[in-house]
Ligand binder design. Structure first.
Ligand SMILES: *Cc1c(COP(=O)(O)O)cnc(C)c1O
Length: 406
């Protein structure tokens, strides 16, 4: 390791959990009341659901064990037949196609462009052949949701938003996760709100949420604890689906909810700081001719906690050398398509039924797309160190050394 390494900020540490969460957890450890359905009402998980729905402006929320569980339950709650085809972008996390396979459906991958957004021509070309769509807002990058919704609505296709990493992002003033029929979020530690593990789905659809609630593990009449006040449509949906659906038991526990709830108030600050940090570093990197941070789409207001940039005109060998040089300078840069067994490289998803598709555009993007964490808590001086290390690493591989043929 070079002497720089000791000075570079740790980008993997999370923020401390707010003090209020500690008191709630301590009380729960005393009472032992950890299961969401023990209390007759107002368990921490139920309160989290109400608060999250209110924050997002949706009618319903269901908290579950992970975003993957939320995606799986969303697909199941759509009532798709076995082997239904579900479109996803070719650039996403392996958990997304996995949730589709787990729901006995078949993932169909569409191309993603150099700007990490869905290639709409390929999306449209494949759309008549699918029964549902999951839009993964990968690393918080938003594809053209107006075009996507218009194409899907014209065909009556339900859209699930995988907003695991997009809490706080807006699209023309609308909150990401509220545009499709269902939105799914993650509380895993590398996301904006950290409970170690956890997820939540939001929707305005009473029938869909009733199905998801029951399948999440609301056995017998525990669904009643998901009602806050009179809701004729929801009550009717629970009555319709009582005893008709399998239970997958993907519930969240009260401890996790207690850790999440006080963090919801922190979301606006984390979003604002994360965006400012990202845009500052993007400005520094974009001055280098070898680096390109793709611009946001018009109408997209992001909530990043990491930065993605493309290496321009570099060979795979130079790209690897760059990542090594950055690591040597204390900054971990992941090249999605070059690190072994990367979970975001579609060619590693050997579990896909029917084999791995050809996606040449997505493949080319993944081989030059770099990823560095940039948590909201970082300060200007730390951002300068990170940007400086990246720029110096570029000089390491493109500088005088190369002139001499190494
Ligand atoms: C993290 C992530 C997931 C999975 O979330 P879990 O809560 O870990 O299941 C899915 N999609 C995207 C885009 C993610 O970033």
């Amino acid at each position: 390791m070079s002497p720089h390494a000791a000075l570079t900020p740790n980008t993997y540490d999370a923020e401390p959990i707010p003090e209020a969460a500690r008191a709630a957890v301590e009380a729960m450890l005393q009472s032992g009341d950890l299961f969401r359905y023990t209390a007759p009402q107002d368990a921490p998980v139920a309160l989290l659901e109400r608060e999250f729905a209110a924050m997002m402006g949706t009618r319903y929320a269901l908290a579950v064990s992970s975003c993957s569980a939320a995606l799986f339950l969303s697909i199941k709650a759509l009532g798709l037949p076995r082997d239904a085809r579900v479109m996803i972008p070719g650039f996403t996390f392996a958990a997304v196609p996995s949730s589709i396979v787990h729901a006995d459906c078949i993932p169909v991958l569409c191309e993603v462009g150099e700007n990490y957004r869905i290639d709409l021509a390929d999306f449209e070309a494949k759309l008549d052949d699918v029964q549902a769509v999951i839009i993964s807002h990968m690393r918080g990058h938003t594809s053209d949701m107006d075009a996507i919704m218009a194409l899907c609505e014209a065909r009556g296709l339900p859209v699930i938003e995988d907003a695991a990493h997009s809490l706080g992002t807006e699209w023309h003033g609308r909150k990401i996760g509220t545009i499709g029929k269902v939105g799914c979020f993650s509380f895993q530690s590398y996301k904006l709100v950290n409970a170690g593990e956890g997820g939540i789905l939001i929707t305005d659809d009473a029938d869909l949420v009733a199905r998801a609630v029951i399948m999440s593990g609301a056995y017998e009449h525990n669904w009643a604890k998901h009602m806050s006040g009179a809701d004729v449509a929801l009550e009717a949906a629970f009555a319709t689906h009582q005893n008709m659906l399998p239970l997958y038991n993907l519930r969240l526990n009260n401890l996790s909810a207690a850790i999440i709830r006080p963090q919801l108030a922190e979301v606006p600050r984390r979003v604002a700081d994360g965006r400012a940090n990202h845009d500052y570093v993007a400005g520094l990197l974009n001055e280098c001719p070898w680096l390109d941070v793709p611009a946001s789409l018009p109408g997209e207001l992001r909530a990043p906690d990491s930065i993605q940039f493309n290496l321009v005109g570099m060979s795979d060998a130079d790209t690897r050398a760059f990542a090594d040089a950055a690591a040597e300078r204390g900054v971990k840069v992941q090249v999605f398509g070059l690190s072994q067994d990367n979970a975001r490289a579609f060619w590693n998803w050997n579990f896909l039924p029917g084999g791995i598709p050809e996606l040449p555009k997505t493949r080319a993007m993944l081989r030059m797309a770099c990823d560095t964490r940039l948590p909201a808590r970082l300060k200007r001086a730390e951002l300068d160190v990170i940007a400086g290390a990246i720029l110096d690493a570029i000089t390491d591989v493109t500088g005088p050394k190369r002139v001499y043929g190494t």
